[in-house]
Design a protein around this ligand. Structure first.
Ligand code: ZN
Length: 453
């Protein structure tokens, strides 16, 4: 039997081209073949047509969503602390998880991966301390890029830290279980490097991660300019961050933190990275809250991509990132929810909805549309992650990562505006396909799902 399947719906949103009303998405084994109209579908005379068709009726079919910044490792720490200032919160995060076993990390990551799938997200870009995020993504049947985190502030120890990370990378591959191996075999999972931040990774070590990622053709995942404290510490002395770094990295810095020669030059985090030639077009930067216009010019010049995480930035009191300027400058951008420890949920549509309301509140001139939000949730994010050749739009030859949302419970005025309805809700996910395989069916994880629904 031909693997061709026909998915019909009131709306198909290819993203790279205008919406198709009453359309039919034709998919093969794991790739998109084409979009035809319902009339063209009805005129098809082929054997087994009905058995290989699904008519979603009043629904919208679009590319699976992309969440550009998560830490699935911490999914079990939902709402663990919503009150502390940023560095107190990070301390709490470490304090609550540092003794977890490998199994606990995996369970936590799986909770997040399940939430990701049930929100219509097919692809996740994750920075992972333990590596368990890759397990969650693989086991849930999702697509993902996982950056194994690296820290190290002492330049003298950069070689050593890099060797340790490479050993961690090797061990990750050697110890991969059947789910991770299968995700590799299906090209659903990439493992890369995630130097944590400009203040927790010294330039010598950052350089090694950048060279390695560029050699491998992988994105490098990095938090940049997330908090005021980060900016202060990079520019000059900031004892609270000193204290935090000593505690968090447990690194023995020869001469003490005050002796670090690579900070204290009065620069912004972006200027600091530029000074050490650490800006490059394969960097996917999360947050970008504290960026000046001249920082923005550097980001644009070196073609970095960005993940906008407005709910986490708000909860952690870090401010409002200049998303309209970043996106308006031509940077490839998408949304990231960050971890469950700093946001209500891992639903990236909710992130976009919050972003649009927030930017309207702080700038009445903000005039981005719901169609643009969907772009940043799909094709824009795929470009930012370096995956736009494979995913992000419903185009012939791209992989069949597809989300289907129900519109039937909405009034006709909402059903006639699918982008608005998706952005502002209420939304109900019906099906989610990754690589042509259905992983959510009628709002439920498919059989053999690892966690109870
Ligand atoms: Zn983060």
């Amino acid at each position: 039997m031909s693997p061709t399947r026909y998915l019909l719906a009131r709306w198909i949103l290819p993203i790279n081209s205008p919406p198709v009303e009453n359309g039919c998405l034709v998919i093969g084994q794991n790739k998109i073949e084409k979009i035809i109209t319902r009339q063209e579908y009805e005129a098809l005379e082929i054997r087994g047509k009905l058995e290989s068709s699904k008519d979603y009726g009043d629904a919208v079919i679009l590319p699976g969503l992309v969440n550009l910044h998560t830490h699935l490792d911490y999914s079990a720490l939902k709402h663990f602390d919503t009150a502390s200032p940023f560095f107190g919160w990070i301390r709490g995060l470490i304090g609550n998880s540092w003794q977890w076993t490998a199994e606990q990390w995996q369970d936590s990551a799986l909770i997040g991966a399940r939430e990701i799938a049930l929100s219509g997200t097919s692809c996740v870009v994750d920075s992972s301390y333990s590596g368990a995020a890759a397990y969650g993504i693989a086991r849930m049947g999702l697509r993902g890029i996982v950056g194994l985190e690296i820290f190290g502030i002492a330049e003298e120890k950069a070689d050593q830290a890099w060797q340790l990370w490479q050993a961690k990378y090797e061990a990750f591959h050697n110890n991969a279980d059947e789910h991770v191996r299968r995700a590799f075999a299906e090209s659903r999972l990439l493992i890369t490097v995630a130097p944590h931040t400009p203040y927790s990774v010294c330039p010598a070590l950052m350089k090694k991660t950048l060279e390695w990622s560029r050699e491998k053709g992988l994105p490098l995942l990095l938090h940049i300019a997330e908090s005021e404290m980060e900016c202060k510490w990079i520019a000059g002395p900031e004892p609270d961050v000193d204290k935090f770094l000593l505690e968090a990295t447990r690194e023995d810095v020869p001469g003490g933190i005050a002796s670090l020669s690579w900070r204290g030059h009065g620069l912004t985090p972006v200027e600091h990275l530029a000074k050490y030639e650490l800006l490059a077009d394969n960097i996917l930067a999360a947050h970008l809250v504290k960026v000046s216009d001249s920082d923005l010019e550097l980001l644009r010049q070196y073609k970095l991509s960005g993940a906008h995480c407005p709910r986490s930035n708000s909860r952690l009191r870090n401010g409002v990132a200049p998303f309209p300027k970043l996106a308006g400058s031509g940077m490839e951008m998408g949304f990231g929810t960050d971890s469950s420890a700093s946001t209500d949920d891992l639903n990236v549509l909710q992130e976009a909805c919050f972003a649009w309301d927030l930017h309207r509140a702080v700038n009445p001139e903000f005039n981005f549309t719901s169609e643009q939000a969907l772009y940043y949730l799909t094709l824009g994010a795929a470009k930012a992650a370096g995956l736009a050749c494979e995913i992000g739009s419903l185009q012939s030859g791209k992989l069949a990562d597809i989300a289907v949302f129900d519109l039937s419970s909405l009034p006709e005025i909402a059903r006639s505006k699918p982008s608005d309805s998706l952005l502002y809700g209420p939304r109900r996910l019906r099906d989610l396909y990754v690589n042509g395989a259905m992983i959510v069916q009628e709002g439920q994880l498919v059989a053999n799902s690892p966690l109870p629904v």
